[in-house]
Design a protein around this ligand. Structure first.
Ligand code: ARG
Length: 595
């Protein structure tokens, strides 16, 4: 049998049982199929179950037909079409149809992974825009932005793996009234800024200085207002000053993105200036704007429930609401996106819900065609359970945080004596993989909705569901292939002549675990929860360890010479490594072969 397609097993079984239901009970052909993986250690319940018989019995009873769930399950079993992945079907318990996967299929699939790499399951392709990271110019990029950056990057990688057309957008806060005072202050501090780039090292204190003047000096305040107007009307000198200020922040942000291997396209709030003008006209023409104490507001709902958006301020300026209305319109009407994802902290959920409702009300958004999605996340806490801060109570600088991670990971590698085994280059790669890997992973492995406690000690633990444990397990697998040297390359070349044998209980368990990957990817992509993928990686590593502990792959004699190689098992190790590499990539972990 040749298996060439890669698919999610759950989705495949959903199709199989949907066919069975419409064959056996045509009048219920539309009910949703319920397939659940069986997590029981005992093999007697099969590997997956179809749980529809109970619900069907209930429905029939309402229609006056009396049939037992077991009876219905038997009928379903008879009507299942042949499938290459099913070895056997059995009715059990109150009326479950137990599905036993075919070992042949599993062996073929594993070989396909080795031959062709991991192919994504087929999904309906969409044009998706992911709005993430999005820090603000002249302000500190804080841990909330770090979460958005980490989660957003992984969301993009997951959706790209599934072959969606993904646009990664950094919705930088680079516009607004604060630029008036920054420009006015720049003019005073560096009068020559048009000819010589001003050496602003620390934008935060520059911001603080200008804010102080804004609050205390009347003349300065007036000039600052003036500069907002000239900036928005495109006056060249103010534009240049604004550019210079933005560049300082931009370089700081880019340094963080480079370290974390994050790719973003910058499209800040300023991009929407002309579109804010036109969205205001658009809303006015649709009679959506109302006057309210000098402001122009828009209610998200016809019945004036909810919280209104401020579209035009009393001084004629625009707001965060205006730019998000302009942005959503641009994304739908000009970018033709059908899925828009905002990776922003939970604190902004009212804002986004209001924007989504308002966009629907004025017909920018059509909920049957467009999916808008606030991928929200909780706050980062320190080990004391309070908001994450430095000891002196300041916000933590992200570059300091990453430096600290690098320092700690080097300490850990040294304490294991790795500095003596690895070359300098290998050590550095390991240090980066551990440091950045653990910061990302400890964020991703929790349900993103909840707050999470940032703790270097916990994330650097090599036991439990941590990046360090996963990376170590991966290097162990790599060392197996290294042991075989050239023979390993040969083995990959002669794949066709080697059978993958899944007779041992632990071999079979590992194979089935690996084959869940597509199910997991689909599950993660539905509501964009990446902790399911982390749990999967952890499961792969623990199941691999069980396999490796009880199934020899390479036998050596007392002198360390290889005396026997189980080629099927070595191939399984390699398939495990391939699955882990793919998941690591999505989670932003860099696999290193030595650690
Ligand atoms: N700059 C904002 C902040 O720091 C986040 C922007 C998120 N994206 C958006 N389209 N509103 O809070």
């Amino acid at each position: 049998m040749e298996v060439t397609e890669s698919f999610s097993i759950t989705e495949h079984l959903e199709n199989v049982f949907a066919r069975a239901i419409s064959l056996a009970f045509p009048e219920y052909g539309n009910i949703p199929v319920i397939i659940a993986p069986v997590n029981s250690a005992s093999a007697k319940y099969g590997d997956y179950q179809c749980n529809n018989a109970m619900g069907l019995a209930k429905k029939m009873k309402e229609m006056g037909v009396n049939r037992t769930p077991r009876d219905i399950a038997n009928e379903l079993q008879k009507c299942c079409p042949l499938s290459p992945i099913i070895n056997k079907l059995e009715v059990g318990g109150a009326g479950f149809v137990n599905v036993y996967l075919s070992k042949d299929y599993a062996a073929q699939s594993l070989k396909n992974i080795l031959r062709h790499g991991i192919k994504p399951p087929r999904v309906l392709k969409r044009r998706v825009l992911v709005d993430f990271s999005s820090p603000n110019i002249a302000k500190q990029m804080h841990v909330g932005h770090l979460r958005s950056t980490i989660i957003g990057e992984s969301v993009c990688r997951l959706l790209e793996f599934l072959q969606h057309d993904v646009i990664r957008i950094n919705h930088l806060g680079d516009w607004g009234t604060q630029f008036g005072m920054l420009i006015a202050h720049l003019e005073d501090r560096f009068p020559d800024f048009l000819n010589k780039s001003p050496p602003i090292g620390d934008l935060q204190s520059f911001y603080k200085e200008s804010k102080k003047r804004f609050d205390t000096e009347e003349e300065f305040k007036k000039r600052a207002y003036n500069r907002v107007v000239s900036l928005q009307s495109g006056e060249p000198n103010s534009r240049k000053a604004w550019q210079l200020i933005c560049d300082v922040s931009r370089q700081e942000f880019q340094a963080i993105y480079d370290r974390l291997d994050v790719t973003l396209r910058e499209r800040g709030e300023s991009f929407y200036q002309s579109r804010m003008l036109s969205v205001v006209d658009f809303l006015r023409n649709k009679n959506m704007l109302e006057h309210d104490e000098g402001r122009q507001i828009m209610w998200p709902n016809e019945d004036r429930s909810g919280i209104p958006l401020t579209i035009v301020k009393s001084d004629g300026g625009f707001t965060y609401d205006t730019s998000d209305m302009a942005a959503i319109r641009h994304r739908i009407e000009e970018e033709h996106c059908t899925w828009i994802i905002y990776v922003v902290d939970s604190g902004q959920s009212t804002h986004f819900n209001t924007i989504f409702k308002a966009a629907e009300r004025c017909c920018i958004l059509n909920p049957t065609a467009h999916r808008v999605h606030h991928v929200q996340f909780g706050v980062v806490l320190g080990e004391d359970g309070k908001k994450f801060k430095t000891r002196s109570g300041d916000t933590v600088k992200l570059s300091d945080l990453l430096n600290e991670g690098m320092k700690r990971s080097l300490e850990q590698l040294r304490s294991r004596g790795r500095d003596e085994i690895l070359t300098a280059q290998e050590l550095f790669e390991a240090q980066e993989a551990v440091a950045y890997g653990c910061i990302k992973y400890s964020d991703l492995c929790h349900n993103r909705i909840s707050d999470y406690v940032f703790s270097f000690d916990k994330m650097l633990d090599d036991r439990g569901n941590t990046a360090v444990y996963l990376l170590y397990t991966y290097t162990r697998i790599c060392s197996i292939a290294r042991n075989l040297g050239d023979d390993f390359c040969y083995l990959l070349k002669v794949l066709d002549t080697v059978e993958i044998v899944l007779n041992h209980e632990k071999e079979w368990k590992l194979a089935k675990t690996l084959l869940k990957m597509h199910d997991i990817m689909i599950k993660c992509s539905k509501d964009l929860f990446l902790h399911f993928l982390c749990e999967f990686c952890y499961e792969v590593c623990t199941v691999f360890t069980e396999f490796y502990d009880s199934c020899y792959c390479i036998k050596k004699n007392k002198d360390g010479e290889i005396i026997e190689v189980n080629r099927s098992r070595v191939l399984m190790c390699e398939a495990t490594a391939a699955v882990l590499r793919q998941c690591f990539y999505i989670l932003g972990l860099k696999p290193v072969s030595k650690l």
